[in-house]
Design a protein around this ligand. Structure first.
Ligand SMILES: [Zn+2]
Length: 205
């Protein structure tokens, strides 16, 4: 395979990217300045060396001094530690931040497919349970918000999470809530505007 074919195949593996878009990306790069391509390649190389995944929320961050394994949100003492917002993917956090949310996060890492037999193989369910056990038994947790997409898989994921977390919320005395109406059917947090998220947050139940 030549570099054009290899790159096309690499882009096809990106989430939501099909063969046609992958070819368009490669065409774009072919027409770009070599400086741009070089800088992009450098940034991709550095991703592995200068980044870490937060041990609390699983968000990726850039290493910057001694972070103790925590991202800037988890390490920020001004954040409301009693509320955890569970999102599907990291990209959702940017939008939720713009809505004015001041609590902490947990990145689930996707949704659970409708036909999945073993949900924990698709998302960080065990890790979420461990986080809740930790924060719940320290009595710092007041509320866990399930901020999943208003899609069939999002609903399915919410149900499975609720089945697992409901008994914990009763035992450890924290509220288990879901984003309220306002997120229209089929919408994903990543693409919802911050006002919509803010109103879905205020109508959570
Ligand atoms: Zn974090």
């Amino acid at each position: 395979m030549n570099p054009i074919e290899r790159l096309t195949e690499a882009f096809e593996k990106f989430p939501g990217i099909g063969p046609r878009q992958a070819r368009r990306f490669v065409q774009f790069l072919l027409h770009s300045q070599s400086g741009y391509r070089g800088a992009l390649a450098e940034d991709i190389k550095k991703l592995g060396a200068n980044t870490f995944q937060c041990k609390l929320c699983y968000r990726w961050s850039i290493k910057n001094g001694d972070t103790k394994g925590l991202c800037s949100i988890c390490a920020n003492s001004h954040r409301e530690k009693a509320v955890i917002f569970v999102v599907e993917k990291e990209a959702d956090i940017d939008n939720v931040e713009k809505s004015g949310f001041k609590g902490l996060y947990f990145v689930l890492g996707g949704t659970i497919p409708l036909a999945a037999d073993e949900p924990h193989k698709h998302v960080r369910l065990k890790e979420l349970v461990a986080r809740v056990e930790r924060d719940g038994s320290d009595l710092v947790l007041n509320e866990l918000i399930l901020g999943l997409s208003a899609t069939a898989e999002g609903d399915h994921t919410r149900q499975i999470l609720a089945e697992t977390l409901r008994p914990m919320s009763e035992g450890m005395n924290f509220k288990l809530t879901s984003l309220g109406r306002g997120l229209s059917t089929g919408s994903e947090l990543e693409y919802a505007d911050p006002d919509t998220i803010a109103s879905a947050l205020s109508s959570r139940q």
